[in-house]
Design a protein around this ligand. Structure first.
Ligand code: MV4
Length: 445
């Protein structure tokens, strides 16, 4: 097992990793920017190294500084968390060169899933259902027009280097195609330095359901059931839950098998997630694979009572997994609390937290790095806490969440707590009657 892990991240996920390391008897090294000097991850780690100025590019994305910190502290592994360098194949490669274990998949696995067309082709070969569309990259607008006509509108154009909505265009009729083609290509080039785009049939009002998987260094792959992440706003997830209210035992069986096939197709090693779009007829299609631990991993941890960070560290250290699949017997729901003003287009609200009371009690887990007197810096993501409510049934979990949110006091900055409180009372939400379009029409009062 590793003796010392450097955590190349900040905020709640850095704390989350430090906590598991402590339980496993592994020493920890925090890295921090000058803006994060007073952060809890710096205090809770055994050692801490400043890696640069506040801008991410100068600190949490600065590979040279992070490797220097790992060298001087003698860390034998690096945990990247999520975001920042978590899906950066070049970083995983540099770790290998330094003989420091990157806690995650190999660079080849990251690349196999990072390029969406490559990923899709791999999935077709593995027998995982994908959304019908172009055979690889679009070569011309004429080709795009012909394909769209053949498939029938609406269609969607996506960037092969994309993900998370950048470079995406939905096209409802032929007259929109020229513009969409050109602007998607330009946006892809500007965002990813790769202007490759492809086309798919547009699936209307789908659900986003993802399957957590784990694979070890010996070829064993298992699934750890699903999370429903349909409640999103501008491709930012707001609420995640497990089990999905749309799930059936039969669908879970089929999606679980497909997720295992997907991960096994690239000999996946580490924990990861297969994202699926699910249409109203319960047809499901591979969308992308996240080759990292995700923000919402705690939902799965609660419903199957399983420490995913511990599993990820053990897999990286060469410990075999059992290979057993898990399914949820209880219900967990997570609300992401952001320092944003939900009454003002979710505008970020960095600043000092003057008063704080954190909820607790039966069935409540709060993963957060904030404290009274903490100043949220303006340089990073605005997520400041995740509240997870756990109960025997979905209805009870929502009731627990409502109770927990109503106890939560954060003064000094605006937060998304009022938004979540109203969402938990919404009739359609309570019925499990929602798709990825839900938030577009949800009105805050
Ligand atoms: C789609 C789609 C409908 N049809 N692809 C959004 C982000 C990127 N990962 C893919 N996305 C979508 N791809 C086809 N063929 C709808 C979306 C989509 C979406 C997906 C999941 C969760 C929220 C979403 C919000 C808008 C669009």
């Amino acid at each position: 097992m590793f003796k010392k892990i450097l955590i190349a991240n900040r905020g709640e996920i850095a704390l989350r990793i430090i906590r598991t390391c402590r339980e496993m008897g592994i020493r920890t090294v925090a890295v921090y920017s000058t803006a994060d000097k007073e952060s809890l991850h710096v205090r809770f780690a055994d050692e801490a190294v400043c890696i640069g100025k506040p801008q991410s590019s100068d600190s949490y994305l600065n590979m040279q500084h992070i490797m220097a910190a790992a060298e001087i502290t003698n860390a034998d592994a690096i945990h990247p968390g999520y975001g920042f360098l978590a899906e950066n194949a070049a970083f995983a490669e540099i770790c290998a060169q330094y003989k420091i274990k990157f806690i995650g998949p190999t660079p080849a696995m990251i690349n196999a899933m990072g390029d969406k067309i490559t990923a899709k082709e791999t999935m077709i070969r593995a027998g995982v259902p994908v959304i019908p569309g172009s055979d690889g990259l679009l070569q011309s607008v004429e080709e795009a027009k012909k394909l769209a006509k053949d498939m029938g509108y609406p269609v969607i154009i996506k960037a092969t280097a994309g993900g998370g909505g950048k470079g995406m265009r939905v096209i409802w009729e032929e007259s929109e195609l020229d513009n969409a083609y050109t602007s998607a290509k330009m946006e892809a080039k500007a965002s990813f330095k790769n202007d490759g785009i492809y086309m798919e049939k547009f699936v209307e009002e789908p659900r986003h359901i993802e399957i957590q998987v784990a694979g070890d260094q010996f070829g064993t792959v298992c699934h750890l059931s699903e999370r429903d992440c349909s409640i999103q706003r501008r491709h930012q997830k707001l609420v995640e839950e497990s089990p999905s209210p749309f799930m059936t035992p039969e669908l879970r069986q089929r999606m679980g098998e497909a997720a295992i096939k997907a991960a096994a197709a690239i000999n996946y090693e580490s924990v990861g997630t297969i994202e699926f779009l699910v249409d109203k007829h319960r047809n499901f299609y591979f969308m992308e694979m996240n080759t990292r631990i995700q923000v919402e991993h705690g939902v799965t941890e609660e419903v199957i009572s399983y420490d995913l960070i511990k599993e990820q560290i053990k897999i990286a250290a060469g410990v075999p997994i059992s290979g057993k699949n898990y399914e949820p017997k209880i219900h967990a729901i997570e609300c992401r609390i952001n320092a944003e003003d939900p009454y003002n287009d979710f505008r970020p609200c960095p600043g000092k937290i003057t008063v704080l009371h954190t909820p607790g009690g039966h069935g409540v887990r709060v993963d957060s790095h904030i404290y009274a007197g903490y100043t949220i810096p303006p340089y990073y993501d605005s997520m400041i806490a995740k509240v997870i409510a756990v109960a025997q049934t979905r209805e009870e979990a929502i009731n627990t969440m409502e109770r927990a949110l109503s106890e939560y006091v954060i003064e000094g900055v605006k937060t998304t707590i009022p938004f979540h409180l109203q969402l938990m009372k919404n009739e359609d939400f309570r019925k499990g009657n929602f798709t990825t379009k839900f938030i577009e029409t949800f009105k805050l009062v």
